[in-house]
Design a protein around this ligand. Structure first.
Ligand code: FEO
Length: 159
C-alpha cells in the first residue's frame, strides 16, 4: 500500500469511531425520552461502527501498513428534536459513503486491487446504512414530532 492510502485508511478508522460516538449520543437521546426501541436500534448501529473501525484496522495490519488512529472529535450531544437525531444519522451515513468512495477511487488509481476489493464490502454496507437511516428519517417526519412514540412500533417491525 502506498502511504497516501495508509493515511486515508487511518483517517477512515477515526471516522468510524466518530460514527460510533454519534450513534451512542443518539441512543442516549432516545433513551432519555423513553424511546427504548430507537435507543436500542442506535446502540446496535453504534456496535456496527466499532466493527467497521476494526475491519479497517485489521486490514491495515494485514497489509503491513502502520495503524495510526487519529484524534477523535467529540460528537453532537444536544439535539433539538427527534427529527434532528435521525437527520444527523442519515447525513453521517452519506458522509461516510463519500469517504469510502474517495478511498476506493484512490486505490483504483494506484492499482491497489487489495484495498479496492476490501472496500467493496463497505460500499455494499453503506447502501444498507443509508437506506435504513433515510427510511427512519422519513417515518419520523411522517409521524411528526408529537407522535414520535409511533416510531417505536415501526422499529419493532424492522428485521
Ligand atoms: Fe461505518 Fe455507518 O458507516
Amino acid at each position: 500500500m502506498n502511504q497516501e492510502i495508509v493515511d486515508a485508511l487511518n483517517a477512515q478508522i477515526g471516522h468510524e469511531y466518530e460514527n460510533y460516538m454519534l450513534y451512542e449520543q443518539a441512543s442516549a437521546y432516545c433513551d432519555d425520552r423513553g424511546l427504548d426501541g430507537a435507543a436500542k436500534l442506535f446502540r446496535k448501529q453504534a456496535d456496527g461502527e466499532l466493527e467497521h473501525a476494526r475491519k479497517v484496522t485489521d486490514y491495515v495490519r494485514d497489509a503491513r501498513g502502520k495503524v495510526v488512529i487519529p484524534i477523535i472529535k467529540a460528537q453532537k450531544s444536544e439535539f433539538g428534536s427527534g427529527e434532528e437525531v435521525f437527520l444527523a444519522a442519515f447525513e453521517r451515513e452519506k458522509e461516510t459513503t463519500a469517504k469510502i468512495y474517495k478511498i476506493r477511487d484512490l486505490a483504483w488509481k494506484a492499482g491497489d486491487h487489495a484495498t479496492f476489493e476490501m472496500l467493496t464490502w463497505f460500499v455494499n454496507e453503506q447502501v444498507e446504512e443509508e437506506n435504513l437511516t433515510d427510511k427512519l428519517l422519513s417515518v419520523v417526519r411522517g409521524f411528526g414530532e408529537k407522535h414520535l412514540f409511533l416510531i417505536e412500533a415501526y422499529i419493532s417491525h424492522l428485521k
